[in-house]
Ligand binder design. Structure first.
Ligand code: ADP
Length: 663
């Protein structure tokens, strides 16, 4: 008997409106933020094409603003301008070649716009303030409402002329549709507000106008979200009633269901602190309410295994996995071909996707630095070299792992030497922090790939300069990483090169704690000079083990550098829950061996905090022994990652891939 096909629920076709999707694993809407002068260009084309080649059944190309008051990001598309049509046509034509159904998302976020990008007042049903900046909004007049309906319709017409198979209206996260639906934000007393049917008028008029303009064959979807943590947004029962009402009238062909809202960003793209499959329970509720429309579930579905389970359990008709397919554009094909173990796992870290988008850069990916660079790096597929060489990679952290893997993918003969008994470098310690096991999954993935690629991995092999010199290799890649600086230097006191008392007993590094080399006493001060998971995650790790933790930071709040990933609030929530005390806008003036003098940076005040140990979460120092010794050796030597400058993992993996592409 032939083996059962993998993920049978996920990989079965489905009809959505007039189109048949080849299976049910889609690449849903998200802002890639890559436009050049408001037009989708090479970066966009390469990005979406790679996911079409990788097998996504349906791609929802990121939201296009439907009106001058809707512009929300710098890398977004022009609103109200037919000039976008031929540029989008290149993307739809290229992706259609791979049998992908192409949808364009259309948006207006009403009160939550951004004046810095639109230079327009935000238009909303009743003039409520934005929930994510300090601006108020303008209550639309009746002609302005009609103007916006036509804005949506014309944007849909443009999408159709650009070759899209349909459009999806962004009603999630309290966007304009939802602002009309919700009595919280719709306080109008004309026929656009008040009674339920009146609050449905804006969405139903818009959807009907799109249908009239674009025809029966044009797929129409709507994207909604549920945020059970907020009493001031629509409940799941409200969303059920709204979905049922639209469904009865045949106003859309599918509805996408996500989580979170602009009132509370952390569930929009849930990081690893949240459980897997956050969205499906809500999709299931919407599915109960509709009879005609197909239901797509999103939000932390992550893996083909999860996706198949969601479909199999009847929670949704199809799923969107966005971050998973940013991390591995070929997820669908690999899973379909029975190679799910080759899917490079997303870390749910948001570091380079939302972490870049939230700062208005184009998005990329920590584990897949080709994301957004497909047009220049040739996608997540590697051209074999015609001149294979012997390559020695020293150091098995993220930089060395990626360099070794990609060099081997390209046909080079690679040996990887690692001093310790495990691969992963600093990344393994990060993977041992609470809820970060996805990092260990990624290291396992590297191990599997290196084995398949026949990379010779030598553990317990600390290389001395003469050993590298004597090694039979044509190219040497040094990825020796970094070490704790050990001097206690802090940003808060930048002229103090060495923390007074740093040589006294009971001072440990994050690495000492996470590798369990340290045996700190009960009361621990974590000096978090980084504002990242390095300090925050270590404090969490200790607090979970019943240490009494005080976190000292020069920043005004804990987790300042992870605000960009929308994970700072959940981190603080958990630390508080575990009893961690926060001492902000402060630095350590001196360590006494049994306590610290803590300096308030606002007023220079000093106080003593008794403690059994001080843990330094400060910036590391590059491990330069080999790079310095081999400089001028006459051999081809490259240094990458932390041994060049101590940074976070994205820099290491980026440099590993970039170098290996050039070898
Ligand atoms: P990066 O982020 O640049 O990859 P890491 O610090 O995470 O850096 O990893 C560097 C790895 O290099 C560590 O696993 C470390 O054990 C290893 N390493 C450092 N020096 C040597 C050496 N001389 N020989 C072999 N391995 C080394």
């Amino acid at each position: 008997m032939p083996p059962a096909p993998p993920f049978p629920h996920l990989f079965s076709p489905i009809r959505v409106g007039s189109k048949t999707l080849k299976h049910r694993l889609n690449f849903g809407a998200h802002t890639a933020n890559m436009s050049a002068e408001g037009l989708p260009a090479e970066r966009h084309l390469g990005y979406y094409l790679e996911r079409a080649i990788g097998g996504a059944a349906m791609i929802v190309v990121e939201p296009v603003p439907v009106h001058r008051t809707a512009v929300l990001t710098r890398g977004n598309f022009r609103h109200g301008d037919d000039a976008v049509i031929p540029h989008f046509r290149r993307i739809t034509d290229a992706c259609h070649e791979h049998g992908t159904v192409m949808i364009q998302q259309l948006y207006h976020v009403g009160a939550h716009g951004d004046f810095d990008l639109s230079y327009q007042p935000n238009w909303s049903p009743s003039g409520l303030p934005s929930m994510h900046d300090q601006d108020g909004s303008h209550a639309m007049t009746r002609p302005e409402i009609e103007e916006l309906i036509e804005g949506f319709a014309q944007a849909a017409r443009r999408a159709k002329e650009a070759g899209f198979d349909g459009c999806e209206i962004m009603a999630a996260y309290n966007a304009l549709f939802e602002q009309f639906w919700s009595p919280f934000s719709n306080r109008r007393d004309d026929d656009w507000g008040g009674a339920f049917e009146n609050r449905m008028r804006f969405s139903s008029r818009t959807l009907a106008r799109i249908r009239a303009l674009c025809g029966e064959d044009f797929v129409i979807g709507v994207c909604v979200s549920v945020d059970p943590t907020r009493p001031d947004v629509l409940s799941v029962e409200d969303q059920q009633a709204i979905a049922a009402w639209h469904d009865e009238r045949g106003l859309y062909d599918y509805v996408t269901v996500g989580t979170g809202s602009y009132f509370e960003f952390t569930r929009l793209m849930p990081t690893f602190v949240y459980e897997d499959k956050l969205g499906p329970p809500f999709a299931e509720r919407i599915k109960e309410a509709v009879r005609h429309a197909k239901v797509q579930s999103e939000s932390h579905i992550r893996t083909p295994e999860n996706a198949d389970a969601v479909i199999g359990a009847g929670q949704a008709d199809m799923v969107s996995i966005v971050r998973g397919q940013i991390a591995d554009p070929h997820m669908a094909n690999k899973a379909r071909e029975g190679r799910a173990e080759d899917v490079r796992p997303c870390l749910s870290c948001n570091q380079m996707c939302w972490g870049r988008r939230s700062r208005d850069y184009w998005i990329s990916c920590l584990v897949n630095p080709s994301a957004g660079r497909e047009f220049e790096w040739g996608g997540d597929r590697f051209t074999r070299t015609d001149a294979p060489r012997k390559v020695l990679v020293v150091g098995g952290g993220p930089a060395g792992l990626e360099a070794a893997r990609v060099a081997a993918e390209r046909g080079h003969r690679v040996t990887l030497a690692e001093a310790s008994d495990k691969l992963g470098g600093q990344f393994r310690f990060a993977g041992m922090q609470p809820r970060r096991a996805q990092i260990l999954d990624l290291i396992d993935w590297y191990e599997r790939q290196l084995t398949k690629l026949q990379v010779v991995v030598r553990l317990n092999t600390p290389m001395e300069p003469d050993e590298v010199e004597g090694f039979d290799a044509e190219v040497v890649v040094l990825a020796t990483g970094s070490q704790p600086a050990g001097n206690g230097w802090q940003r808060g006191l930048p002229t103090v090169d060495r923390l007074p008392g740093v040589d006294r007993p009971n001072v440990f590094s994050v690495e000492d704690v996470m590798s369990r080399a340290a045996r700190p006493g009960h009361r621990v001060i974590v000096l978090d000079d980084t504002g990242t998971w390095r300090g925050g995650g270590t404090a969490w790790h200790l607090a979970e083990r019943d240490y009494k933790v005080t976190l000292v930071t020069p920043d005004p709040f804990v987790g300042r550098e992870i605000v960009r990933t929308s994970a700072d609030w959940p981190l603080r929530e958990r630390l508080r829950h575990l009893g961690v005390e926060f001492v902000v806008e402060s630095a350590i003036g001196e360590w006494h061996g049994d306590g610290a003098t803590v300096v308030g940076l606002l007023d220079g005040s000093e106080r003593r905090i008794d403690a059994d140990a001080l843990v330094l979460a400060t910036v590391n120092a590059p491990e330069r022994t080999l790079p310095d010794a081999l400089a001028g050796s006459g051999r081809e030597v490259h240094a990458i990652g932390d041994c060049v400058a101590a940074r976070q993992a994205p820099a290491a993996i980026h440099e590993g891939r970039k170098l290996a592409l050039e070898l």
